[in-house]
Design a protein around this ligand. Sequence first.
Ligand SMILES: [Zn+2]
Length: 68
Amino acid sequence: MLQSQEVRGKLLTVKDGYLECPACHRNRRLKRVAPDEVGERILLYCRDCKTEIRIDIVKGECFESRGR
Ligand SMILES: [Zn+2]
């Protein structure tokens, strides 16, 4: 099944184990990400820019979630 690959969105910046906020880039510690972390449609809230973001995590790499 190649479908899951197409659903994946933009690759997001993870630095020193923390996800940087893709909306404002000011919040460098939006979420702690373990190197082997896996998850789908995780809802995050950035207190700096007050934006809600949904992400997918594949082995420590974060992607913008593209539901629908
Ligand atoms: Zn932000």
